[in-house]
Design a protein around this ligand. Structure first.
Ligand code: NAD
Length: 254
């Protein structure tokens, strides 16, 4: 067993739910938690088979849940199945999201609703089903993956996306206040320009423009977001709650 799995940062005996775990940032987070011996529940609308294979190949323990996070009863059922398998839920990472490209004038009411339903509604659904368990267990850690767009407004997407992320930032702070007395911390990570399928939708010109605008002159990596999650679930972060952590190569310093 590697030092990482046994050391002071070990999450042995803990269980984490990671949404949007089939690829990108969610996959990197699930793998990073698993490498610390955390059992991971991989939630995604697309069966997260490849992520599960990667976790298992490295000797980790996981469960797949092909679930649409905007469907409350499906989320509730998946959480019940996770508890039946792993007994407890210590960590919840709300990472699943969709984006709608285009301008406000291009945005159809149904697109507005689906972005809010998945991004904000999905975060609510997972928190609402998991928090009672965390309370009964004596505590927990919730990490919401938001976006720079939630602070600055949308740069490359339609207003639905940034609005959903801004609302999750507020939800993070509200929950942090309400759940602190239960020993549950609630924080968010607000990335910008991370190399995933979501950012691969940019044209080469747009990509260069984004890189040039970032003081560190590169895109971020999903593994760098995962490192921040590892910190926020560690004992070292036990006095941090209600924080929206920027991860943007210096693009926004606030
Ligand atoms: N990539 C970036 O540059 C960037 C920047 C800022 C914020 N983010 C945020 O990071 C998170 C992950 O982004 P990513 O780049 O890995 O995106 P991605 O599109 O590569 O992955 C998102 C995952 O969420 C899943 N998903 C979508 N709708 C779902 C639903 N209804 N139910 C369950 N799962 C669903 C997808 O199947 C996919 O596996 C998102 O919250 C995103 O908003 C990403």
């Amino acid at each position: 067993m590697s030092k990482e799995k046994e050391g002071p940062m070990s999450l042995k005996g803990k269980t984490a739910i990671v949404t949007g775990a089939a690829r990108g940032i969610g996959r990197a987070i699930a793998l990073a938690l698993s490498r610390r011996s955390c059992q991971v529940v991989l939630v995604d609308i697309h069966p997260p088979i490849q992520t599960a294979e990667l976790v298992q190949k490295e000797g980790g323990q996981c469960m797949e849940a092909a679930v649409d996070v905007s469907d409350y009863s499906a989320v509730k059922k998946a959480v019940e199945e996770a508890v039946a398998k792993f007994d407890r839920i210590d960590i919840l990472v709300n990472n699943a999201a969709i984006i709608h490209r285009g301008t406000f004038l291009d945005l159809k009411p149904e697109d507005w609703r689906s972005v809010l339903d998945v991004n904000l509604g999905g975060t609510f659904n997972c928190c609402h089903t998991v928090v009672p368990l965390m309370i009964s267990q004596g505590g927990g850690r919730i990490i919401n993956i938001t976006s720079i767009a939630g602070k600055m407004g949308d740069i490359t997407a339609s207003p639905a996306y940034g609005t959903s992320k801004g609302a999750i930032n507020t939800f993070t702070k509200s929950l942090a206040r309400q759940l602190a007395s239960y020993n549950i911390t609630v924080n968010a990570i607000a990335p910008h320009a991370i190399e995933t399928d979501m950012s691969a939708q940019w044209s080469e010109e747009k990509r260069q423009e984004v890189i040039n605008s970032i003081p560190l002159k590169r895109l971020g990596k999903p593994e760098e977001v995962a490192e921040a999650v590892l910190f926020l679930v560690s004992d070292g972060a036990s006095f941090i709650t209600g924080e929206i952590l920027d991860m943007n190569g210096g693009y926004l310093m606030d």
